[in-house]
Design a protein around this ligand. Structure first.
Ligand code: SF4
Ligand code: SF4
Length: 386
């Protein structure tokens, strides 16, 4: 995750991230975050759903327990229960309870169209944080993209969670629909007392693998980022995080720097936190019980089944897989890597959603000339280290 607000304003993480890191890992070099896809049941049929949710398929509860036990022993810390809609999983209370018993921090990734009664129970059992998806906040667009959704109901869910004292993060997928309303989303967060906005770039997984109409290309993504950089500074109380596009941290560093040396120093200091952390900082268990480097990984990235493969071996396999699909065509690849899933699916040697390479086509009106020249030189193979 790219801590955009921190990068642009210099402010350290506030409430949510700070609280989630309170329960420290146990010093082992293994992922601290796990995403478990509990079920493919879902109230909605989002056009880009990375799980292609919409069936009654559930993860076996004994498999979920086996994974949690191993994850906890390996030094794991935070569990993101996802799906589908995790609150529809018949054993969700037991899974949350198991997390809490093992000293893990249980969190949810929800579509927001869920039973408040179930949510209240999960909070009683220890859920500390809920990520709720909102793409535009505009009813017509919301129900077109996140088919079946009702923004008023989602807002009610967020209000109830905040009333219960639970930290909430709004999760937005960047598409041509959400791009023009990013500031509107920040204002919505303020109104709902939400201090975290996570902006996801599209990864071609599940239904998004076939989606073309809504996606932004690299050049549009650069424009979205430059717009967002300005807007974020107007809302310094909201912690904005960028997800699934490592190159965005390089653009943020470039935007914040006044010289080449400053840019390189900043980029090097943020690289370890911002580049792809699949199979390193994060691991995922899908609804069939397979381990994957991250939740967006295609089936071809499978690292084995949790009941027949130990976590350590699976992570070694996962690291080898993502290493095979990292950017090779760029002088900045040591700092960034790109997104291995996009590189694999599109069979390319540079991330198609990279927001650094398209800068060579930009004019100085949007970003200083010296920054564009610097990137041009780097992409030609000029030595970039200060
Ligand atoms: S091409 Fe370079 S800057 Fe762009 S995503 Fe790949 S490594 Fe990052
Ligand atoms: S492969 Fe890496 S960059 Fe791509 S979605 Fe997974 S964790 Fe994110």
């Amino acid at each position: 995750m790219i801590p955009l607000t921190e990068l642009l304003t210099g402010d350290k993480p506030r409430s949510v991230r700070a609280k989630l890191s309170e329960s420290k890992g146990r010093g082992l070099s293994s992922p601290s975050v796990a995403v478990i896809n509990l079920t493919l049941r879902c109230t909605l049929r989002c056009v880009y759903c990375y799980s292609s949710a919409g069936s009654l398929k559930d993860l076996r509860c004994d498999i979920a327990r086996a994974f949690l036990s191993e994850f906890s022993q390996s030094g794991g810390r935070v569990v993101i229960l996802s799906g589908g809609e995790p609150t529809l999983y018949p054993d969700v209370v037991n899974v949350v309870n198991e997390c809490a018993k093992l000293g893990l921090v249980p969190t949810l990734s929800s579509c927001g169209m869920c039973s408040l009664e179930v949510l209240r129970r999960l909070v009683e059992y220890g859920v500390k944080y809920v990520g709720v998806s909102v793409d535009t906040g505009i009813p017509f667009l919301e129900s077109k993209i996140r088919r079946g959704s009702d923004i008023e109901k989602i807002v009610d869910t967020i209000r109830e969670l905040r009333r219960l004292g639970v930290d909430v993060g709004v999760r937005t997928t960047l598409t041509v629909a959400s791009l023009p309303v990013l500031e509107r989303l920040l204002k919505l967060c303020s109104r709902l007392d939400v201090y975290r906005l996570c902006i996801y770039f599209l990864v071609p997984s599940g239904r998004a693998r076939e989606l073309s109409t809504l996606s932004v290309d690299g050049e549009l993504a650069v424009r979205a980022m430059l717009y967002l950089f300005k807007v974020v500074r107007r809302h310094p109380l909201i912690d904005v995080l960028l997800v699934t596009n490592p190159s965005a941290f390089l653009l943020a560093c470039l935007y914040s720097s006044s010289s080449k040396e400053e840019f390189l120093k900043l980029a090097e200091s943020y690289s370890a936190r911002c580049r792809c952390n699949a199979a390193r900082g994060i691991v995922s268990l899908n609804v069939r019980g397979e381990l994957l480097p991250c939740q967006f990984s295609p089936p071809e990235f499978s690292c084995g089944f949790i009941l027949s493969t130990d976590l350590r071996t699976a992570l070694k396999t996962g690291k080898e897989i993502v290493e095979r699909y990292r950017c090779r065509a760029c002088e900045l690849a040591d700092l960034c890597y790109g997104c291995p899933v996009r590189l694999y699916v599109h069979s390319v040697d540079a991330d198609p959603l990279c927001v650094v390479r398209p800068l060579t086509r930009f004019q100085g009106a949007l970003i200083d000339d010296w920054k564009i020249s610097l990137i041009k030189r780097m992409l030609r193979g000029t030595q970039y280290r200060a």
